[in-house]
Design a protein around this ligand. Structure first.
Ligand code: M6R
Length: 323
């Protein structure tokens, strides 16, 4: 596969649901580390629109179950058109794992709850390593690559620290458990994290939630802001931090209540946000992995507060094998 990956002119990531959100993070990672164009497409759209695919394309299918009907159909379409297809799959020996030309197992272990959680964080870790691998075949220096790899190794410890301090998240969940709507906003690599946070809340608490890139707020969703619309911001100290801060101020100026997920050493965020959930400082490109933990916990505690069954939410199946 190495030569094929080195020669690839474009990567197309296809997936559904949470796995598609991971794909959006993957686009950011691969384009920034390997400088190769990446497209991300819902498998259900890809399979029906007669996509333009050339033999220089590598298609990446991401799936926890490895049995999702739309993703499976998308890889069959890609193979028919001559693309090389790689799987990033959790369930060993599943159909997608068997039908792809090569692949990487997520090794998250069996994921029992219907809402995808550890599969998502594992997908982000695998995508980071894959982007590093592609990057090192191209312009990424050994030194830059090592810095990212070393920080990736620190991620489990950072997550343990978040898990050791869940009380503030529980308190926030209690306060907002009766809300009817939520908005989730983030920018850059944290826009997909916002989408994923909103999906988790919808799935297990049945609260309507939408994710947007924070800057898109002013193009419509801002009309919804008032004291009854909690807004979750993912606001680590990256190169667009100041822009996100001003988005937070726009929400507060309209009486909106803001829950900010911010770096533990950010001593200015409490001036603008109503509540702050802290995450350890990491490399900006790895922040979606850390931010997704409090987002999952917030959805979890709100769902428990509302008396919902978090393991088996209504109307959902673990593997979506129907079209
Ligand atoms: O098994 P897959 O990753 O292919 O599943 C894709 C989606 O059905 C899945 O991520 C779904 O959105 C989950 N319920 C998310 O929690």
């Amino acid at each position: 596969m190495a030569e094929k990956l080195r020669q690839a002119k474009r990567f197309i990531i296809t997936a559904c649901g949470t796995s598609w959100h991971a794909g959006l993070v993957g686009e950011y990672l691969i384009e920034s580390l390997a400088r190769v164009p990446v497209e991300v497409e819902y498998a259900s759209e890809f399979r029906y629109r007669n996509p333009i695919i050339s033999p220089d394309d590598v298609v990446i299918a991401i799936s926890q179950s490895g049995e999702t009907a739309d993703t499976l159909a998308a890889i069959r379409e890609a193979k028919l058109k001559g693309a090389t297809v790689i799987g990033m799959v959790n369930v060993v020996g599943s159909t997608i794992a068997r039908e792809t030309d090569a692949g990487v197992y997520l090794h998250a272990g069996p994921e029992i709850g219907v809402a995808s959680t550890k599969a998502f964080t594992s997908q982000l870790c695998v995508l980071t390593q894959f982007a590093l691998y592609l990057g090192r075949m191209r312009a990424l220096s050994a030194e830059q690559g090592m810095a990212i790899a070393e920080e990736l190794v620190n991620i489990p410890e950072h997550i343990t620290r978040i898990l050791d301090n869940v009380e503030p998240i529980k308190t926030i969940a209690k306060e907002y458990s009766r809300a009817s709507n939520f908005l989730y906003l983030g920018r850059g690599v944290n826009f997909p994290a916002a989408l994923e946070g909103a999906l988790k809340l919808k799935e297990i608490s049945y609260i309507h939630a939408e994710g947007y890139p924070a800057a898109e707020m002013k193009h419509g969703p801002i009309a919804l802001i008032d004291e009854n619309m909690p807004v979750v911001f993912i606001a680590p100290k990256d190169e667009i931090y100041e822009k996100v801060r001003s988005n937070i101020e726009e929400v507060r100026a309209r009486n909106g209540r803001v829950i900010a997920i911010a770096d533990e050493d950010d001593d200015r965020i409490a001036d603008v946000a109503t509540h702050v959930i802290r995450i350890p400082r990491t490399l900006p490109m790895l922040t979606p992995i850390l931010a997704s933990i409090p987002l999952q916990l917030l959805a979890y505690f709100i769902a428990v507060e509302r008396g919902c069954n978090v393991d088996m939410p209504r109307n959902l199946a673990k593997s979506v094998t129907v079209e």
